[in-house]
Design a protein around this ligand. Structure first.
Ligand SMILES: [Zn+2]
Ligand SMILES: [Zn+2]
Ligand SMILES: [Zn+2]
Ligand SMILES: [Zn+2]
Length: 340
């Protein structure tokens, strides 16, 4: 992938497993990596859509007789089409009834398509132990694992070296949930939102999370991901990425990272109740005039920096929700009233 060999050095430690540091001094604003997705596909809960472009589907592939396609597309990925064509016992409505299986099946088909890419995918973090038995585990069991095992279509991949079991499918679902980045599709798409896809980028995923990252990402309409430096990075320094939203406050960022990525962030922004002086998640004290109540993640609480008043979580949530909807309203107003 363009940039990886020149700019990234892969290291291992017991604590962090695999991570990357800068291989040379990198100035701010430089593109340091261009990565194509290993796999792209719909989210596990997406509506049935065209397997080629993910727009609304209105026909079925004439070659395999099972894949949903749209008005414009006449084919989808050749390995995938062959696989469904060979699955002669599979009900022709299977993909319409179990559209949730598509992206995990694409991951497993890498085994047939490109063994190196399959191995690279299987080295990615799945957090399978933390997920075992959880709500998301049960959802994937019901909507992905059980339909696939009952249909038996993946048995054709078994070759003595690989055996497709429920455990393996859960691991793939974990890899997807933990590592995929959102692809927003063609900018000129007339069907906003219906072609929201996700992609796996193993090189980019080697970067460690930090709420004050030194890189930023952009993904274009065809799914290519570019990584840029957002600050100068010296040779040997770690390359950090933000796996959550920069404009979330500490409580929301930490909740998102814990529930979706299975770790707690201890970066300098998370440890500082003022979020490095920005007070991004502080709210005005209800007791005194000048105080700001900030979130202290070590012993979770909102406490005033002047009078030490403690605010209840419910109250903070209420204020935050109201503020958020007011901000959303502002956005709408601007769009509606833009001069023509
Ligand atoms: Zn299409
Ligand atoms: Zn087909
Ligand atoms: Zn953090
Ligand atoms: Zn106060």
């Amino acid at each position: 992938m363009a940039g990886f060999e020149e700019n990234f050095q892969l290291l291992h430690t017991e604590q962090l497993d695999r991570f990357v540091v800068a291989k040379r001094d990198l100035p701010r604003g430089e593109q340091i990596l261009l990565e194509e997705p290993l796999v792209t596909g719909p989210y596990w809960d997406a509506d049935v859509s065209c397997l080629s472009c993910l727009r609304d589907s209105c026909s079925t592939c004439s070659k395999c007789g099972k894949a949903p396609l749209c008005y414009d597309c006449t084919e989808h990925d050749a390995t995938e089409c062959d696989f469904f064509r060979e699955s002669t016992a599979l009900d022709k409505h299977f993909l319409y009834n179990h559209f949730n299986v598509i992206t995990p099946v694409r991951c497993l088909l890498l085994y047939r398509k490109n063994r190196d890419l399959f191995d690279e995918m299987m080295r990615m973090e799945s957090h399978v132990e933390e997920r075992r038995g959880s709500e998301i585990w049960q959802i994937h069991d019901k909507y992905v694992v059980t339909p696939l095992l009952e249909a038996g279509i993946l048995d054709s991949l078994n070759d003595g070296e690989l055996e497709v079991t429920g455990e393996l499918i859960q691991r793939v679902c974990g890899i997807l949930d933990v590592n995929t980045f959102e692809i927003r599709g063609d900018v000129d798409s007339s069907q906003n939102g219906s072609n929201l896809a996700r992609g796996l980028y193993p090189k980019t995923s080697l970067m460690v999370h930090n709420c004050v990252p030194n890189t930023l990402l952009s993904i274009d309409g065809v799914g290519n991901l570019r990584v840029f430096t957002s600050a100068p990075v010296r040779m040997g320094e770690m390359l950090f990425i933000n796996f959550t939203r920069s404009l979330f406050g500490t409580f929301e960022r930490q909740t998102h990272l814990r529930q979706g990525k299975y770790f707690t962030c201890y970066c300098r922004r998370c440890k500082d109740p003022t979020e490095l002086g920005t007070h991004l998640s502080s709210i005005k004290c209800t007791e005194c005039d000048e105080g700001l109540c900030s979130f202290y993640p070590s012993e979770p609480r909102w406490e005033c920096n002047k009078c030490r008043k403690l605010l209840k979580r419910e109250y903070v949530n209420e204020v935050m929700c109201a503020a958020r909807s007011e901000i959303m309203e502002c956005g709408k107003w601007n769009i509606d009233h833009e001069p023509t």
